[in-house]
Design a protein around this ligand. Structure first.
Ligand code: SAM
Length: 295
């Protein structure tokens, strides 16, 4: 009779081992971690979910991945299985402090390809990082997901793709197109950088603790259609903010304060070939870029 031997000890290959519910609880107990809502601390304890995020991101050996909020390391380990290098930025010093040990335990052959920086991702710039990242892959802290995503796309032009997990409602808002009910400031600003699309849904039970909301994946592929100049971007973002601050109003009246009066708003709208009676929710990012450029 043929006997099939199944290896059950340590993995034979040098693939990282991934964290399951038992490892997550063990790490949390060891560190005395009490997940906080303020920092959006919901840790993924499902290996299939992190594998899926990594697959959707499309990162490979040539990529230096920036991961925001590595937490206990669930996604970090999966990323180290495929990416050339991973740079993680974690605000919580207790979590950041444990990560190098976790990586050495679960992905010993990849420890050299990993760096962690204890910092607020909202204020990270290129000078804080040991290398220029080519991709952003993250299960973002939900309360700051949009500002973190926009900050990093602005600050780090070397990032060509971003695959982020966010609250489902925020994923819908980011991926919405003009005319849709959910189209708004995050949708237009994200499009300034490139194409934006939903990349799947994620349920609550893959997290510890379980969040009150569903999650979704969003992918941004940088197209570099619009200027990288921070001053130009700031002007475009200011007109987007003004247009959506009063989204029920026509552009002529919504932009009155921004332009210094309704007649001036109308002049600029016409100069940018935009109907002054239209609402902001009908305009795409190209319209806002043209409008911001009118003298
Ligand atoms: N990546 C881990 C996972 O999937 O299990 C944890 C994701 S958890 C949703 C968000 C993580 O972001 C937490 O570890 C939290 O401490 C961290 N965090 C929160 N705000 C942050 C900020 N402004 N900058 C960097 N990290 C932050």
């Amino acid at each position: 009779m043929a006997v099939l031997l199944i290896e059950s000890g340590p993995a034979l290959s040098d693939e990282p081992r991934l964290l399951g519910p038992a490892q997550i609880r063990q790490l949390a107990d060891e560190l005395g971690v009490r997940p906080t809502k303020t920092l959006g601390q919901n840790f993924v304890h499902d290996a299939n979910t992190v594998r899926r995020i990594v697959a959707e991101s499309g990162v490979g050996p040539d990529d230096t991945v920036l991961e925001v909020g590595p937490g206990l390391g669930s996604l970090t380990l999966a990323l180290l299985g495929v990416a050339g290098r991973v740079i993680a930025v974690e605000i919580d010093p207790v979590l950041a402090g444990r990560l190098p040990t976790t990586i050495t335990e679960f992905a010993p052959s990849r420890a050299d390809a990993f760096d962690v920086i204890t910092a607020d991702a909202m204020s990270v710039s290129r000078d804080d990082l040991p290398a220029a990242p080519t991709a952003l892959v993250a299960n973002l802290p939900y309360n700051v997901a949009v500002p973190v995503l926009l900050h990093l796309l602005s600050e780090l032009p070397s990032i060509t793709t971003a695959l982020v997990m966010v609250q489902a409602e925020v994923a819908d808002r980011l991926a919405a197109g003009p005319g849709s009910r959910t189209y708004g400031v995050p949708s237009v600003k994200a499009r300034y950088f490139g194409t934006v699309k939903r990349a799947g849904a994620v349920g609550r039970n893959v997290f510890w603790p379980e969040p009150k909301v569903e999650s979704g994946l969003v992918r941004v592929d940088r197209t570099d259609t619009h200027s990288r100049d921070p001053e130009i971007r700031r002007r475009v973002f200011a007109v987007i903010d003004a247009a959506f601050a009063q989204r029920r109003k026509t552009m002529r009246s919504a932009l009155a304060t921004w332009a210094g009066g309704a007649p001036e708003a109308e002049r600029r709208l016409r100069a940018a070939a935009i109907d002054p009676s239209v609402r902001g929710e009908r305009l795409d990012v190209d319209d806002f870029v043209r409008l911001a450029a009118v003298d």
